[in-house]
Design a protein around this ligand. Structure first.
Ligand SMILES: [Zn+2]
Length: 292
């Protein structure tokens, strides 16, 4: 099954470089293994218990509420009330954490716990320190040309290249694509249209933007070590270099009044977006609902 294969790929990221193991430690580990085998044979240890890797079955999802602090993100004003993207993103992030808690063996980590500025590098560092399997960055959009307030809908930014660090066995491109496709599907089921910006309505709502002058419209060309064009978006690029699949979820346009009223204005609407994110993530990563 396609999704399951991708899921197996995610688990493989844990083969990232680790500190060299001293011979003494190997001996201790062998002793533990032997003890575990004896306990297992005696029927006193459950089959799924693993003394050496207690979190091996756990999926760690790093949730990144975009912007924060003085970095407001997209801003709009409706009826004299200013709407700032950073608050919406954080609100959805908290709801998403709660929604993902309903699934088995899932741990969530937030890149910011309050309204503060966090650099892109720091966000990836937080994900890497938590040994995150994926990094999901939550945003709400404004058009490239700010006057085009009629543009609305969703899009998801996913890794552009098939490059991954030599030690990383996760197929970053495929995992990013699986996440992007399944979250977009949830948005479409909710009735959110695909944005027409960057022609993402012709690519199923996914935007893979290369860091080059030609297609990416960047000022310079930047490549990964394998020669392929790097990701234009820093969070995705730094994530790829750290061996972590990153997707940037643009739920809807703050600048579009219709989007704002339909999907962003009320707490219930933000809950629906978070639930859609959670269902999409769960489907792509093969998560199972926990028994109640
Ligand atoms: Zn944003």
């Amino acid at each position: 099954m396609k999704i399951t294969e991708r899921y197996i790929g995610i688990r493989a990221r844990r083969t990232a470089p680790r500190p060299r193991v001293r011979p003494g430690a190997v001996l201790v580990m062998l002793c533990i293994l032997q003890a575990a085998a004896i306990l297992l044979a005696a029927g006193v240890m459950p089959l799924n218990a693993c003394a050496l890797a207690p979190d091996a079955a756990k999926t760690v999802i790093c949730i990144d509420p975009g912007h924060g602090g003085l970095e407001y993100g997209a801003v709009a004003e409706y009826n004299g009330i200013e709407v700032r993207e950073k608050y919406l993103n954080f609100n959805i992030a908290k709801k998403l954490c709660r929604a993902l808690a309903q699934y088995e063996n899932v741990e969530t980590v937030l890149t910011r716990s309050g309204d503060r500025e966090v650099s892109i590098k720091e966000r990836v560092n937080i994900a890497a320190a938590a040994d995150a399997d994926v990094l999901i960055s939550l945003h709400n959009n404004k058009p490239f040309n700010e006057e085009e307030t009629d543009i609305g809908g969703c899009m998801i930014l996913t890794p552009v290249s098939r490059y991954r660090p030599s030690w990383c066995e996760t197929d970053i491109y495929e995992v990013g694509t699986a996440l992007g496709e399944s979250i977009i599907k949830q948005f479409q089921d909710m009735g959110i249209p695909l944005s027409r910006e960057f022609d993402v309505n012709k690519t199923g709502g996914l935007l893979r933007r290369p860091y080059n002058r030609k297609e990416g419209m960047a000022k310079k060309d930047v490549r990964y070590p394998d020669g392929s064009y790097a990701d234009y978006y820093g969070l995705i690029r730094i994530g790829v270099e750290a061996g972590i699949p990153v997707v940037i979820v643009e739920h809807a346009y703050i600048s579009n009044e219709q989007d704002y009223r339909a999907y962003l204005k009320y707490s219930d609407s933000l809950q629906s977006l978070a639930d859609a994110d959670a269902r999409g993530i769960a489907e792509a990563l093969g998560l199972r609902m926990a028994d109640r």
